[in-house]
Design a protein around this ligand. Structure first.
Ligand SMILES: [Zn+2]
Length: 199
């Protein structure tokens, strides 16, 4: 099979949880399910439907800021600009944006395609109308960084303090203690997954 479609939903009542995408969780060892060729992720931003409690500029800044946090891995997160393309449609462009219609409890959704170990497309949609994000902006920050991790192919981490943790398996953490940058373990897993792309 040369093409796979993956859907990564991060949902639930816990501090950060989500049903694992089985094909990905099962292959979590190197930290990524696949990698961007050359270690470069080129993404567009669609500002539509951003959270009402943030200005358009604030929302855009939060999203762009979250993307850059993975550059510590060695991956280049190349922002391409604003687009009207919608996230979640496999159109050949990597689109990051907001949505109001994720299934109940879902905070963010990353969808994509890969050919073998190489990523072809990844779109990310964040839930814009969740009251918990307004109450705990740090939770939104973590969700943004977490989904960008999926966008570069990262799988869930078994370590509960990681940005890439699958919190369904972890005790609920207070919002103030949530990581908003990849931990050393996140970065080690990322570098392992990109070892063939970043030399
Ligand atoms: Zn996730």
């Amino acid at each position: 099979m040369w093409r796979t479609l993956s859907i990564l939903a991060c949902a639930g009542a816990l501090a950060f949880s989500g049903p694992a995408w089985p094909g990905e969780a099962d292959r979590a060892a190197p930290g990524t399910v696949a990698a961007w060729p050359g270690g470069v992720f080129r993404w567009w931003y669609n500002p539509d439907l951003h959270p009402a409690w943030l200005s358009a500029d604030q929302a855009a800044a939060m999203v762009r800021d979250a993307a850059t946090k993975w550059e510590a891995c060695g991956v280049r997160m190349e922002y391409q600009g604003v687009t009207a393309l919608r996230p979640g449609i496999m159109d050949g462009e990597n689109v990051v944006g907001w949505t109001t219609d994720l299934p109940g409890g879902t905070r963010g959704l990353t969808q994509g395609r890969a050919r073998g170990r190489r990523l072809v497309e990844r779109d990310v949609a964040f839930a814009s109308s969740r009251l918990e994000f307004r109450r705990f902006p740090r939770l939104l920050e973590k969700v943004l960084v977490h989904e960008f991790g999926h966008a570069i192919g990262m799988t869930h981490s078994p370590a509960c303090n990681d940005v890439m943790t699958l919190a369904a398996d972890c005790p609920r953490a207070p919002a103030a203690s949530l990581p908003v940058v990849p931990t050393d373990n996140d970065l080690a897993r990322c570098r392992a997954g990109y070892a063939n792309e970043l030399r």
